[in-house]
Design a protein around this ligand. Structure first.
Ligand SMILES: [Zn+2]
Ligand SMILES: [Zn+2]
Length: 69
């Protein structure tokens, strides 16, 4: 049950999703600021104008854990 274990811990140490701006978000160490939730604030990447994380897809790591590929 690898995916179940991942579900219980993901988002704390690693971003689990990709934002509409193309940068990672939604979790610890994401490229978006921590606001409301980990990685849901403004994008911290230089020259990126993204003001708030907007979910578009899972990260590769999350896809693998969720067996979406
Ligand atoms: Zn963004
Ligand atoms: Zn961005």
């Amino acid at each position: 049950m690898k995916s179940q274990e991942y579900m219980n811990t993901w988002g704390k140490d690693n971003p689990k999703s990709v934002c509409a701006c193309g940068h990672t978000g939604d979790g610890g160490n994401s490229q978006h600021a921590d606001r409301f939730q980990l990685g849901h604030g403004v994008c911290l990447v230089r020259d990126c104008n993204c003001q708030q994380f907007t979910w578009v897809e899972w990260t590769d790591e999350a896809k693998t854990a969720l067996e979406l590929r």
